[in-house]
Design a protein around this ligand. Structure first.
Ligand code: F6P
Length: 522
């Protein structure tokens, strides 16, 4: 497969950008092409997207599709679904989609031959049996009135996904239980959480793919020490582990364990046993609906033609903006308060996956990869950083996520919320050219607008799967490994060394800045 920058489409996109696209004005395009909205609207399962305010036209769309084809996007996608070891550096398959497939592997509707149906079948059987056990346990916890507080201890993918989902789906959550998420090694977080808890009514879930992560292990040890010090006795009832390293969990003294597998990446793990807090919150049926919504999006990604494939269109738009327009960041504004942890979740999903500087062979790239992804729910963001989006010197594509029907009856609030989402997208587009100086808005600022009918487990599952696949698409075009994360390792190693130096005061061999800060912090 040629690298993206060696394809014909890449060169054509470059010259199309220089000659024409850099002067593109979405206002004119919307005015002159009566079909534009229809052409740039894309319905996908549970999620509708209007992309018409973006800086794309028929020619750039066609060239981007050509780029995807030249980079072998479909083959790469099928390899993922089929369980090929596409995480080459770690020699692992990438099969979070298997966690939510509705049918057995040999019935998948994925183009191409399943690579190893026997292996996929064995995985599928294991997935189903762990899920059944996990959901039965979740049901038991839901019915256990003595347990009022569930504390998830985990970080990164073992925190962000379940935390975001429990918040997003709070409307569907059982009453009578509070959910806490402790991730940071900063003791303030655990101490603050434990302050109001009692051992007899608390269930700790120790969530760690590897069961070695220093933050999680430190918090888990302190939680256990607290539990025992407060007179807790039945650790089997009050601690459960969600991990691929069941042996380490048992060594830690946890007998209730739910496993998963190395072919589920940490940031793709909310569909696995890591989703236990979600299952406790919304029940087995809700959890299965979430999986089902994601599976619907998987089927769309696997089978819709590239031109009508929402994750493909979004991933290619990301490439277009990053590599040709040079936009360095993308802002996500969910106009639904319950989606307030979505931007944080997306930061790991996108930046840990695609924040890479070498291609699959380890050769340095001559082009940019992951943008900075950031955001806040609307309308809050409007009163904070939207100023910069409207009038700053940089163009930052924005993504609105609106939910048509709310889950409350405060109708005027919702009308105002939706009006604001629409108005912001409109203001970014149209600008204000009749005013000069400080009141001038340049306009023509690109945005995408996603619509969910309602925020349900199903639509939430589909939305997250959409983002997963979009990140896959841009990573596949860039020719990088979106599934490792070696960039987090160096800091971990150095922290160990510095922890010892903080105790001893030994600054030998440190750079002058670190040595001075070490002295100050001792
Ligand atoms: O340090 C990064 C990372 O490995 C993430 O990829 C992962 O989600 C997180 O740490 C937590 O890892 P674990 O689930 O193994 O504790």
């Amino acid at each position: 497969m040629p690298r993206c920058d060696h394809t014909a489409a890449w060169a054509q996109l470059r010259s199309y950008y220089e000659q024409k696209a850099q002067h593109f004005d979405a206002r004119d395009a919307l005015r002159t092409d009566s079909q534009r909205v229809a052409k740039l609207s894309q319905a996908a399962p549970h999620v509708f997207a209007d992309l018409s305010k973006n800086h794309i036209d028929d020619s750039s769309q066609a060239l981007l599709m050509q780029l995807a084809r030249e980079c072998g996007l479909q083959a790469q996608r099928d390899a993922m679904f089929n369980g090929a070891p596409i995480n080459l550096t770690e020699k692992r398959a990438v099969q979070h989609t298997l966690l939510r497939q509705k049918q057995a592997p040999d019935q998948w509707n994925v183009a191409g031959e399943a690579i190893d149906n026997v292996a996929n079948h064995a995985k599928w059987d294991e997935v189903r049996s762990v899920r059944a056990a996990m959901l039965a346990y979740a049901q038991q916890v839901r019915e256990d009135r003595q347990i009022t507080d569930v504390v998830n201890i985990g970080i990164g993918g073992s925190d962000l996904g379940p935390q975001m989902a429990v918040l997003a789906l709070q409307e569907f959550a059982t009453t009578g239980k509070r959910f806490h998420f402790v991730s940071n090694v900063d003791g303030h977080e655990l101490a603050h959480t434990l302050k109001d808890l009692k051992p007899e009514s608390t269930l700790f879930l120790i969530a760690s793919k590897t069961f070695t992560t220093i933050e999680t292990m430190t918090n888990a040890r302190s939680a256990k020490a607290w539990f025992l010090a407060q007179g807790g006795t039945d650790t089997a009832r009050h601690f459960a582990a969600l991990t691929t390293n069941v042996t380490a969990a048992k060594d830690f003294g946890i007998s209730t364990t739910f496993g998963f597998w190395d072919w589920v990446g940490g940031r793709y793990s909310l569909w696995s046993a890591i989703g236990l807090p979600i299952a406790i919150a919304i029940g087995a049926q809700g959890f299965e609906q979430m999986l089902s919504g994601a599976a619907d999006m998987d089927a769309h990604f696997a089978s819709a033609p590239l031109e009508q494939n929402l994750p493909v269109r979004l991933g290619l738009l990301d490439v277009w903006y990053r590599n040709f327009h040079g936009y360095g960041s993308r802002c996500v504004a969910p106009y639904h308060a319950a989606l307030r942890r979505l931007p944080a979740y997306l930061q790991q999903l996108e930046m840990e996956s695609n924040g890479k500087r070498v291609d699959k062979d380890g050769a340095a790239l001559g082009y940019a990869t992951s943008p900075v992804v950031w955001g806040e729910p609307g309308t809050n963001g409007q009163h904070a950083f939207f100023q910069m989006l409207h009038q700053g010197t940089e163009v930052i594509p924005l993504e609105f996520i609106a939910v048509k029907t709310p889950s409350h009856s405060l109708t005027p609030h919702h009308a105002l919320l939706l009006a604001n989402a629409l108005a912001q997208a409109q203001a970014l587009l149209q600008g204000q050219s009749d005013a000069g100086g400080h009141k001038h808005f340049p306009g023509n600022r690109p945005s995408s607008f996603f619509v969910l009918e309602r925020l349900t487990p199903e639509s939430f599952g589909a939305l997250i799967a959409l983002y997963e696949h979009r990140v896959f698409v841009s990573g596949a075009v860039w020719g990088i490994n979106s599934f490792d994360q070696f960039g987090v390792e160096l800091g971990k190693v150095l922290a160990k060394d510095i922890e010892a130096r903080l105790a001893s005061g030994d600054a030998q061999g440190l750079d002058a800045s670190t040595a001075a800060l070490l002295a100050r912090l001792r």
